[in-house]
Design a protein around this ligand. Structure first.
Ligand SMILES: Nc1ncnc2c1ncn2[C@@H]1O[C@H](COP(=O)(O)OP(=O)(O)OP(=O)(O)O)[C@@H](O)[C@H]1O
Ligand SMILES: [Mg+2]
Length: 308
């Protein structure tokens, strides 16, 4: 099957800033595709070109087999969009936010009402149907924005940082809803800087930094490729960093220092590394844990990592 999104040497400049700097990726039907990266990496710029809000600066971008330069109207009709900033209409009630949005797509009122009630039910917002939007919690506003993005029965749902600023419970609740939507076959494109979110939801992802792709793969592949099985995390004062590395010896596959914490990547030699470094009297704590996507992210975005 053809990919639903194909980007080739995609670019976007704002003056002298290369927000998106020649990136290539494809997104397959039915997958959840993640775009990860630190602040300013180019995530919003990338998805905004996909949902035809920003014109493409260079290269090619096709969505559902159509060039975004020539078919933005048709593409917009097939996409659901959850932007980074909340843009619900504060003058409308919860249900009216959905109905007015549906009217932009020419959906007949009766159909729209049926869909709106189904969406409110799915997102556990039925009891808030006639509330003012301002009276909703942050998590409810976000769920309503996702519900709104689904009103036109899209083929692809694009979510720009869907859970930023939410408390952990609200975040997990949204993850559950997105998992259900994925199980029902919806293609999802998601930007995030929550690594746990990407691990939980994404089949495949790219890591962006300064407008360029640093890595691409499934969360499991990326962890195996860059961090291995285990990480040994150690509390250690700055002045003993070199001593720690000397104690770990040549067995390490890499390390990372953040503040007073050290992260050692021992590959298959975790037991030997644990044995040798745990003898150091300067160590505050030491623990071994499975490597995760956060370790990969920190390594690739260059925040304190030095490969050995
Ligand atoms: N309209 C604009 N005018 C000028 N510069 C812009 C504009 N939009 C984005 N930029 C710049 O382009 C770069 C990429 O921004 P973008 O918003 O795509 O990043 P992001 O990865 O979504 O960041 P965040 O995690 O903070 O949302 C940044 O340097 C940003 O300052
Ligand atoms: Mg953004």
């Amino acid at each position: 099957m053809e990919p639903v999104v194909t980007a080739h040497q995609l670019r976007k400049h704002f003056g002298s800033i290369a927000a998106v700097d020649g990136i290539d990726f494809t997104i397959e039907s039915g997958e959840c595709f993640g775009i990860l990266g630190p602040n300013g990496a180019g995530k919003t710029t990338t998805v905004a070109m996909i949902y035809c809000f920003l014109p493409v600066g260079g290269g090619t971008l096709t969505v559902l087999g159509k060039d975004v330069r020539h078919h933005s109207r048709v593409i917009k009709g097939c996409l659901g969009v959850v932007p980074q900033e909340n843009n619900l209409d504060p003058d409308l009630t919860v249900v009216d936010n959905l109905l007015v949005y549906a009217s932009y797509f020419g959906i007949p009122r009766a159909v729209a009402l049926e869909r709106a009630l189904a969406q409110l039910d799915f997102f556990a917002l039925s009891a808030k149907k006639n509330e003012e939007v301002e009276n909703l919690s942050g998590g409810m506003k976000r769920r309503l924005t996702i519900a709104r993005g689904l009103m036109n029965n899209p083929d692809i749902l694009v979510l720009d940082e869907p859970t930023t600023g939410l408390d952990p419970e609200a975040r997990h609740y949204i993850w559950q809803h997105l998992k259900h939507l994925k199980q029902n076959g919806l293609t999802i494109i998601l930007t995030t800087h929550y690594l746990e979110e990407a691990s939980q939801l994404c089949d495949r992802l790219i890591i962006l930094d300064s407008g360029k792709i640093l890595e691409e793969g499934s969360p499991v592949e990326l962890v195996a490729r860059h961090a291995g099985d285990n990480v040994i995390q150690i509390g250690i004062p700055h002045e003993h960093r070199q001593g720690l590395l000397a104690a770990a010896g040549t067995l390490l596959h890499g390390h990372l220092f953040i503040g007073e914490s050290a992260y050692l990547f021992p590959g298959k030699t975790a037991r030997q590394v644990m044995n040798s470094v745990s003898q150091m009297p300067q160590i505050g704590y030491i623990m071994q844990r499975p490597a995760n996507l956060e370790d990969v992210f920190l390594k690739l975005t260059g925040r304190g990592f030095e490969g050995v």
